[in-house]
Design a protein around this ligand. Structure first.
Ligand SMILES: *[C@@H]1O[C@H](CO)[C@@H](O)[C@H](O)[C@H]1NC(C)=O
Ligand SMILES: *[C@@H]1O[C@H](CO)[C@@H](O)[C@H](O)[C@H]1NC(C)=O
Length: 335
């Protein structure tokens, strides 16, 4: 196949840049602030281009493996952010986690998504796809807010602080269970948030009414369940082994839908929010008891004192769009 000169030039640049980046990151290899994967600017929007991107990387990464065995991270935080969000707290509060923080609205950032679409689902899937060959052993997928009420109302920890959540996280449980929702409180989400056959569709934005078409596209060979339920909000921890139970193509397939869908972000993002636990091997209704969950996931066993906030409902904007099928340039990892 003929390779266009421009592509050759891009690949050459990529090689040089990557070697330089590797050199500088090798020298502080122990520093958890340096993600072990090589951040390479995403040059292509489509997956065809991405494959070339991956190939280019594979070729240049291999030789240096001999010099310094590349060990995947033990544990890493994956996060989406707006350029204007302050995420310095992640390094300060959680220094022993590696960090993969994707800016969704600035292509100049080392880690960024191809587009700002689908809320936190886009950075989450982008991370998995880009790092599939070298995933951290434990991954925590988080929102960009540090804590506090009301902005981090759905953090299930004292002060709604992400730090308090992750400091207590039982890594061995995540490894054993494969997946753990970082929220144990059932409201909202359990016992049956999404009922895709309910007529007329209910709930915020009637999101469940769009679930069937997505289910059929994602899991065509599996009968669509009548009820999907899990604690809300799309913050969870997963083991590498669990992620690898699906082939890379599945995640590419999910992200392709996210890139293509005409549904507004509030709907596509919410649909993904209620599919993560299924993607990672749990049954459609996955609502462990609050006490059991708190004990297993956070080791808060005898002293379960956490009190639910005064109201559990998020501050939702009403979308004035009758058919709710258009993309919008708004990222809200924070609901
Ligand atoms: C990215 O960098 C280019 C070149 O330096 C600059 O023109 C552009 O404004 C930057 N974009 C953002 C969003 O900062
Ligand atoms: C599911 O797969 C079958 C067989 O591959 C195909 O005929 C059908 O159209 C698919 N359905 C959807 C909704 O994609």
């Amino acid at each position: 196949m003929l390779v266009r000169p421009s592509r050759v030039a891009v690949v050459l640049l990529l090689i040089i840049a990557t070697i330089l980046i590797r050199r500088s990151s090798d020298s502080c290899y122990e520093n958890p602030g340096n993600p072990s994967s090589i951040p390479v600017k995403q040059l292509y929007l489509n997956d065809y281009g991405r494959q070339h991107d991956q190939k280019a990387r594979a070729e240049i990464v291999e030789p240096s493996l001999k010099a310094a065995p590349k060990v995947a991270a033990e544990k890493a935080i994956v996060m989406g952010r707006l350029a204007r969000d302050d995420v310095d707290w992640v390094a300060q509060d959680l220094p022993d986690w590696e960090r993969y923080i994707y800016t969704v609205d600035n292509d100049n950032s080392t880690l960024h998504t191809a587009v700002n679409k689908g809320k936190e689902a886009m950075p989450y899937l982008t991370f998995i796809i880009d790092n599939y060959q070298n995933l951290p052993k434990t991954m925590a997928f988080l929102h960009s807010h540090r804590g506090g009420w009301p902005e981090a109302w759905h953090n299930d920890a004292p002060g709604y602080m992400a730090k308090n959540m992750l400091d207590k996280l039982k890594i061995d449980y995540v490894q054993r269970n494969g997946y753990a929702n970082l929220r144990c409180i059932h409201n909202p989400g359990c016992p049956g948030e999404m009922q895709m056959f309910r007529q007329p569709p209910q709930g915020e934005l009637e999101v469940e009414g769009y679930m069937l078409e997505v289910w059929q596209r994602f899991f065509n060979s599996t009968a669509p369940p009548h009820i999907i339920g899990t604690p809300c909000c799309a913050q969870f921890a997963v083991s590498r082994d669990q992620v690898l139970k699906r082939p890379l193509e599945d995640y590419v397939h999910f992200r392709r839908w996210l890139l293509e869908t005409e549904l507004i972000d509030d709907i596509s993002g919410r649909i993904m929010e209620y599919l993560w636990h299924i993607i990672f091997g749990k049954e459609p209704v996955y609502c462990p008891g609050v006490e059991e969950c708190s004990c297993q996931v956070f080791g808060r066993c005898d002293e379960y004192t956490y009190k639910a906030p005064p109201t559990q409902s998020s501050d939702t904007r009403l979308i004035e769009d009758s058919d709710r099928r258009r993309s919008q340039e708004v990222f809200q990892g924070q609901k």
